[in-house]
Design a protein around this ligand. Structure first.
Ligand code: ADP
Ligand code: MG
Length: 688
């Protein structure tokens, strides 16, 4: 036998083990038995042999066949971890964490020891780690410190079919290193059958197919289109619960808000049904769900009860939940889209692709015959859905990736080996933006500023804010604001019965109409003054968990400041300095108040509004003078499109700053306050 095949033979080892009734041992043994029931198990040896024989391989298998959890373990058992790490990338951080947790259980080791994970701002690995699950974005960043990935013996780019931006860039980079690191094994694994494309790209790499075990799935379409898919989803879940035999339900939704809404309504309606019907256990799962609650979806459903999992796209292929018999598919997901002309990015609810619809349906037929309820018509499916989702690289802002590639010394981006190239307009826009941020010089080469920016795992505009804070002597404030912005929108909470209290508490941080960035700074600093008190968070309607995360992120950014040799300095007495640092990063995002009370973005004029969650919007409501209290000029963190195009996190700006800070981007005519010239209204926007 090949030496590589001398892995641990579980069956022998298990049977030779003395009976031991300690529960931990039994649990471990049970997990080992479960491993052997997975569809991939019969192909273990064949797969290892194929990996031994080929440097690059494409592996295809249905979701749940065991690719993510088993292949890295097989590789370890076969000795690949003796001379390097086995790294496995995931497009989603929840998946990286959850799978690592599962594998550490199966191996009977503590998470973070032999098996660990690495996601942005959270490194749960140690010296001992041999199997490392990580987001694709993290592996991309590892290239910065280790361009040949020398510490790895195997890289598995998992969920390749998702075609995230980072995965697509990784393809080009890992393909390149396999040419000069013949000892590196590269596995590209995917849940869908378009493997030919991966194989072609990787110089005709062989395809290893893991035959799935799929039971038939009955597909139901609605007879007529549904006006409100949320309502339709709720009704469908309740109908299944009341009329169908046992089996758990999986509902695909577009995001946290929708999930929380449905969670609440379902709880309310089932309460009304009384005790005659079985218990319905509701389990949400989405990216920002606290880790402790994520594990709940995997807990077995007690007899007599039924579980309903309310999930984002994460349950489409990234996570496998056992016991699902019914899938409810409203047919939508959130998709990022980018307009390279205006440079605006938005996250929109869009119809899914046919490929996604099939994947979703398949989730119901893993352990027995399943049923899928599509909340759209057969006609919609046939005629309105695209075959496949457009890869992210073709619909996103590329500034971040271009900065990373430039720091890796890859200058000729047009000839980079993209599997599907991005639109040249988007590439150009990214170069332009980085040039405007002074990260690149006029030859497109990385500047010192750009090199420093690349050290921060943040969007270039935020990293620029931090780098610029050196000049304004407010690096402490800049990293605080950056970490608070990185948390997203989960800092304040507003319980339904205490909204007024919550809003008042929130407005305390806005005293003086300082703007949302400074308000975030105030929140953090006040919390710090209480010595990070949990009680203080409760009293102020602030999520303590989010604050702790912000503190973690801040600690890391502080470390990075040192790395790029920026002194930690505080300039709290001069808030304009802080705002100028923000402007240095976000000058692209400026907007001017219109007579209507709406704003217009300064470059690429477009009508936008202050998001209702902004402290500035609140000031407008509290003050009956309305428009007169709104700042004339603002800078915003991001745009979100819901019913209108909204600016989220908004701060007042002095227009001269734009000229002072970005003279290459703004001319006097852009910021002349007296200008009363009517600009054409933005096209296709909701009326204001
Ligand atoms: P694939 O990557 O081929 O989709 P996985 O390796 O993710 O398959 O899953 C294999 C099995 O492991 C599935 O039956 C799944 O239910 C189980 N599993 C994966 N992650 C977890 C977890 N965090 N908790 C419990 N079971 C899990
Ligand atoms: Mg997987």
């Amino acid at each position: 036998k090949e030496s590589i095949m001398d892995g641990v033979n579980f069956e022998d080892e298990m049977s030779s083990e003395k009976p031991d009734d300690s529960t931990a041992k039994n649990a471990l043994q049970k997990l080992q038995e479960e491993r052997q029931t997975l569809p991939i198990y019969p192909y273990r040896d064949e797969l290892l042999q194929a990996i031994h024989d080929h440097q690059v391989m494409v592996i295809v298998g249905e979701t749940g066949s065991g690719k993510t959890t088993q292949i890295p373990q097989y590789l370890h058992e076969a000795g690949y971890t003796k001379h390097g790490l086995v790294g496995c990338t995931q497009p989603r951080r929840v998946a990286a964490m959850s799978v690592a947790a599962r594998v550490s259980q199966e191996m009977g080791v503590k998470l973070g020891h032999e098996v660990g994970y690495s996601i942005r701002f959270e490194d749960c690995t140690s010296e001992k780690t041999i199997l490392k699950y990580m987001t694709d974005g993290m592996l991309l960043r590892e290239f910065l410190s280790e361009p040949d990935l020398a510490s790895y013996s195997v890289i598995m780019v998992d969920e390749a079919h998702e075609r995230t931006l980072s995965t697509d860039i990784l393809f080009g980079l890992v393909k390149d290193i396999t040419r000069f690191r013949k000892d590196l094994k590269l596995l590209i694994s995917s849940a869908t059958l378009d493997a030919e494309k991966f194989s072609d790209y990787f110089d005709s790499a062989p395809i290893f197919k893991i035959p799935g075990r799929r039971f038939p799935v009955t597909i139901n379409f609605t007879k007529a289109p549904e006006a409100d898919y949320i309502d339709a989803a709720i009704v469908t879940v309740l109908q299944i619960h009341v009329t169908q035999p046992p089996g758990d339900i999986l509902v695909f939704l577009t995001g946290q808000e929708e999930i929380e809404t449905i969670d609440e309504i379902l709880k309310h309606r089932t309460r009304g049904l009384g005790t005659k019907i079985a218990e319905l256990i509701i389990c949400p799962i989405y990216a920002n769900l606290p880790t402790e609650l994520q594990a709940k979806i995997f807990e077995p459903t007690p007899d007599g009860a039924r579980k309903v999992v309310l999930a984002t796209n994460i349950a489409e292929t990234s996570l496998t939940i056992d016991g699902i018999k019914y899938v409810v598919d409203p047919g939508f997901c959130k998709i990022k889209s980018y307009n390279p002309r205006t440079g605006m990015e938005s996250l929109l609810i869009n119809p899914i692709s046919k490929a996604s619809a099939m994947q979703r349906a398949g989730r119901s037929g893993r352990t027995g015959p399943g049923m899928c309820f599509r909340l759209y018509t057969a006609y919609n499916f046939q005629h309105d859905l695209d075959d496949n989702t457009v890869p992210e690289i073709q619909r996103t802002n590329l500034a971040n990736v271009v900065l990373t590639l430039k720091s890796l010394g890859i200058n000729d981006l047009v000839n980079f080996d993209f599997m599907d190239p991005p639109p040249s307009e988007a590439l150009l826009k990214a170069l332009e933006q980085l040039y405007a941020l002074n990260a690149l010089n006029s030859l497109g080469e990385l500047t010192k500023t750009g090199r420093r920016m690349a050290e921060f795992p943040l969007d270039p505009m935020l990293s620029k804010t931090i780098v610029a804070s050196e000049k304004y002597k407010c690096s402490e404030e800049a990293i605080t604001i950056a970490s608070m912005l990185s948390i997203g929108n989960s800092i304040f909470y507003r319980p339904k019965d205490k909204q007024v209290h919550a809003d008042n508490a929130r407005m305390n941080f806005h005293t003086g109409n300082v703007g949302d960035h400074i308000a975030l700074l105030n929140v953090y600093n006040s919390w710090k003054e209480t010595n990070y008190s949990t009680q203080w968070c409760y009293e102020n309607y602030i999520q303590v968990r989010s604050m702790k995360r912000a503190r973690d992120i801040r600690d890391q950014l502080e470390g990075l400041l040192e790395r790029v040799e920026i002194e930690p300095t505080s300039n709290l007495s001069d808030l304009d300095a802080v705002k100028k640092a923000i402007t240095s990063g976000f000058f692209h995002h400026s907007a001017k108040l219109q007579k209507t009370g709406a704003y217009k973005t300064v470059k690429n004029p477009q009508t936008v509004h202050i998001h209702p969650s902004s402290g500035l919007a609140e000031a407008k409501i509290l003050n009956s003078l309305a428009i007169s209290v709104l700042p004339r000029w603002v800078i915003y963190h991001e745009l979100v499109l819901t019913t209108k195009e909204y600016m989220r996190q908004v701060t007042e700006l002095k227009p001269d700053w734009l000229i002072e800070i970005a003279p290459h981007y703004y001319q006097m005519k852009d910021v002349e306050d007296a200008s009363t010239t009517k600009m054409p209204r933005g096209k296709g926007l909701a009326a204001d």
